[in-house]
Design a protein around this ligand. Structure first.
Ligand SMILES: NC(=O)C1=CN([C@@H]2O[C@H](COP(=O)(O)OP(=O)(O)OC[C@H]3O[C@@H](n4cnc5c(N)ncnc54)[C@H](OP(=O)(O)O)[C@@H]3O)[C@@H](O)[C@H]2O)[C@@H](O)CC1
Ligand SMILES: Nc1ncnc2c1ncn2[C@@H]1O[C@H](COP(=O)(O)OP(=O)(O)O)[C@@H](O)[C@H]1O
Ligand SMILES: [Mg+2]
Length: 277
């Protein structure tokens, strides 16, 4: 396994060119948040915006509109029950994050199917949380797109069929090859399985064990892949690194680090790494 290094992050987060505008930094659609899990999609959307994504739209349950906008006026919203609007929007974005707080009911399944039917091969698709469980439970065929799965160990067990205690590098690699997608296996010392290489994160710790921490990472990965799309794998590695780097920095003075506190620190951390040689 290759360790993810600081230099991979500095190579990714380049200084922004001057003659640019919001359209230069990616369009991302973030889908999730049912009536019960609205907080998840606020975190994912916020992480995407604070990671520098040019334009973020959130497709969620309409009960979340007011709370989402109160926390994050930078995002646009649509009702994820509106199949026609959703499919129209999918055509206009560079990437999609689907799953945080989506739930697993009939509507959630329909939303995942709509995305799988409409997405194009050039678009990034980050599949997290409930969407991973839906793929596993309904044996959904994966669309032709740049797919990244972000499971925790139990979600990976459901998706790959490998029990947590048997999730070795060899077995995980075999399952990744079968999926032909990048897998960010989240745990203490997260492992990232790509088509060529397995990477390991040597940062992060139990100060991060709070609900919403993975929802936040999904938004960061989405924001990074649409912005730094020339090097998709480096973008994924960099987002994963920064997420835990910020947590460890906060963890020097805090017993726990909350997802929204990590989100607030993303712009500063990106500036710091973009200036490092
Ligand atoms: N504020 C909000 O709106 C929030 C909304 N959320 C949304 O909720 C949805 C469901 O996601 P979920 O992760 O909470 O539930 P699920 O997939 O059943 O996993 C839990 C089970 O797996 C087990 N487990 C074993 N290893 C593990 C590991 N390394 N990491 C984690 N778990 C591990 C674990 O074991 P146990 O705790 O019993 O020891 C337990 O049995 C999803 O859409 C998500 O986005 C959350 O983000 C929270 C904040
Ligand atoms: N003990 C730990 N050490 C390192 N990282 C941790 C630890 N506990 C949780 N994390 C990190 O927090 C995140 C949890 O993801 P996930 O379980 O999907 O959260 P949620 O769905 O509640 O948002 C992952 O990035 C994981 O690596
Ligand atoms: Mg999760």
């Amino acid at each position: 396994m290759k360790t993810i290094t600081q230099s991979m992050v500095t190579e990714t987060i380049k200084k922004r060119a001057t003659h640019t505008h919001k359209g230069s930094f990616g369009r991302l659609l973030v889908i999730g948040g049912n009536a019960q899990f609205g907080g998840a999609i606020i975190l994912t959307s916020s992480a995407a915006v604070y990671s520098g994504t040019g334009l973020v739209t959130t497709a969620t349950h309409s009960t979340n509109f007011a709370s989402l906008h109160a926390r994050l006026p930078e995002t646009m919203v649509i009702d994820f029950q509106n199949d026609t609007e959703l499919k129209k929007l999918i055509k206009t974005v560079d990437g999609i994050v689907i799953g945080p707080g989506l739930g697993e009911d009939k509507l959630a399944l329909q939303v995942v199917q709509a995305v799988f039917q409409s997405i194009q091969s050039t678009q990034h698709l980050i599949i997290d949380g409930s969407a991973i469980d839906l793929v596993a439970a309904h044996h959904l065929s994966l669309p032709d797109a740049k797919i990244v799965f972000t499971p925790h160990e139990m979600e990976w067990q459901r998706l790959s069929g490998i029990p947590i205690a048997e999730q070795t590098e060899t077995k995980n690699r075999k399952a990744q090859q079968k999926l032909q997608a990048t897998v960010v296996l989240k745990k203490y010392h997260t492992e990232i399985y790509t088509n060529d290489t397995v990477y390991q994160l040597k940062l992060g710790g139990p100060e991060m064990a709070t609900g919403g921490m993975g929802d936040t990472l999904a938004g960061m990965i989405g924001g990074f892949v649409v912005q730094f799309s020339d090097h998709e794998i480096q973008a994924i590695l960099s987002a994963t690194y920064l997420h835990s780097y910020i947590a460890d920095e906060l963890g020097k003075t805090q017993y726990v680090t909350l997802p929204h506190q990590i989100i607030n620190q993303i712009p500063q951390a990106m500036a710091k790494f973009s200036k490092r040689e």
